[in-house]
Design a protein around this ligand. Structure first.
Ligand code: SAH
Length: 350
């Protein structure tokens, strides 16, 4: 075993902090032995905070209409072959009804940047969910909005906001997004969300086009410094109707390795084993949990629209991905020694 590698791993385990160069070294020189060490330590830390519990979130994909044109994304504005839809308030509330009876206590409303969803419309929906289900958390994942808008939604009762930073390197950011979008705006949004008081989630794709190890190291350093309550990472998977169609998918092992590292950076973090991880490899989500993840977000969208929210090729929409299959998911977690709980699943700050 490379002595330097071990030393860096030990530093991460004991302090939760490394320099960008050290993160880079840890990624570039990884081997199965060091991955096993980090995984065991990550699981140990997650168990100290969360025991063997796994939190679930009901994911409601409220619209695939989007004004943005992110180069990697299947629902980007310029994808003319995307069959667009938007859920009504009634449809969203009935997803919550079904979710509640299945044991979900967090609802995540995710969607493209659909201009139909004004502050007024969203405030009304958030308030309605919170009135009906005051014991539930509402998470929003609706992209970039103004600080005022984030504030209004927070005041209406939204608890959490997911906005992946996508990459913590400005130049890399510009290769993944159209000129209209900027790294600075994305970072500004994240800062605003946190200042307002949301439990805030950032995150990135593993193996996105043009990504270097240095980029990933910067992502880790950013997570360390921003200290988000949540972090979503999953492998990049190409979508046939985007210009990134010929790039290969991100690596499952590397994604799991990074999950362990993120758990070690911030032991209390809410860390999902994502749909993309489950899509990239059968059993991928279980692998993620075994490497330190503690959240799963099954799909609670109406069956009729699931296929249409296609961010990447072959996105899982059935099997354990489906909220309705929660019993199967519970069993598959039980088989690996974990337990799905009925709980809002807030971060346990210590
Ligand atoms: N409009 C919202 C939701 C975007 S979809 C927002 O901007 O936050 C949620 C996440 O899916 C994105 O942040 C991105 O990281 C991920 N994603 C999009 N396309 C993907 C692809 N081709 N492969 C893997 N993940 C992808």
């Amino acid at each position: 075993m490379n002595e330097n590698l071990l030393k860096i791993a030990e530093k991460l385990i004991s302090t939760g902090s490394l320099s960008t160069t050290e993160y880079e070294f840890l990624i570039d020189n990884r081997n199965t032995e060091i991955a096993e060490i980090l995984k065991n330590e990550a699981v140990k830390k997650r168990k100290e905070v969360y025991g063997n519990t796994v939190f679930i979130r009901g994911l409601i994909e409220i619209s695939n209409i989007c004004k943005n044109d992110c180069l990697y994304c299947g629902i980007r504005a310029s994808n003319k072959s995307c069959d667009r839809y938007r859920l009504t308030k009634e449809e969203i509330l009935s997803c919550c009804d079904e979710g509640y009876s299945l044991g979900f206590r967090t609802f995540v409303m995710q969607g493209g940047e659909d201009l139909h969803f004004t502050d007024e419309i969203l405030v009304d929906i958030v308030k309605s969910i919170k009135e009906k289900y005051p014991d539930c958390a509402v998470t929003l994942s609706l992209g970039e909005r103004s600080r005022e808008s984030y504030q209004k939604l927070y005041d209406a009762g939204a608890d959490r906001y997911l906005l992946r930073h996508e990459t913590a390197d400005e130049e890399h950011y510009s290769k993944l997004h159209p000129n209209k979008m900027s790294y600075k705006t994305r970072m500004e949004c994240l800062k605003n969300l946190k200042e307002i008081g949301y439990q805030t989630g950032c995150g990135f794709m593993v193996g996105s086009p043009y990504q270097t190890t240095e980029n990933l190291a910067k992502d880790l350093k950013f997570i360390e410094e921003f200290s988000p309550e949540m972090c979503g990472i999953g492998p990049f998977i190409p979508h046939v109707a985007t210009e990134f169609r010929d790039f290969s998918s991100g690596d499952v092992e590397l994604t799991c390795y990074l999950l362990s590292i993120i758990r070690l950076i911030k032991p209390t973090i809410l860390l999902p084993a994502t749909t993309a991880l489950g899509t990239a490899e059968q059993g991928g989500r279980e692998k993620g949990i075994l490497c330190g993840a503690n959240v799963i977000m099954p799909n609670l969208s109406p069956h009729s629209v699931r296929k249409k929210y296609e961010l990447y090729n072959n996105k899982l929409i059935s099997g354990n991905e489906s909220a309705q299959e929660i019993e199967n998911l519970k069993n598959s977690m039980k088989n690996i020694g974990y337990e799905i709980v009925t709980d809002r699943g807030d971060i346990k700050e210590n």
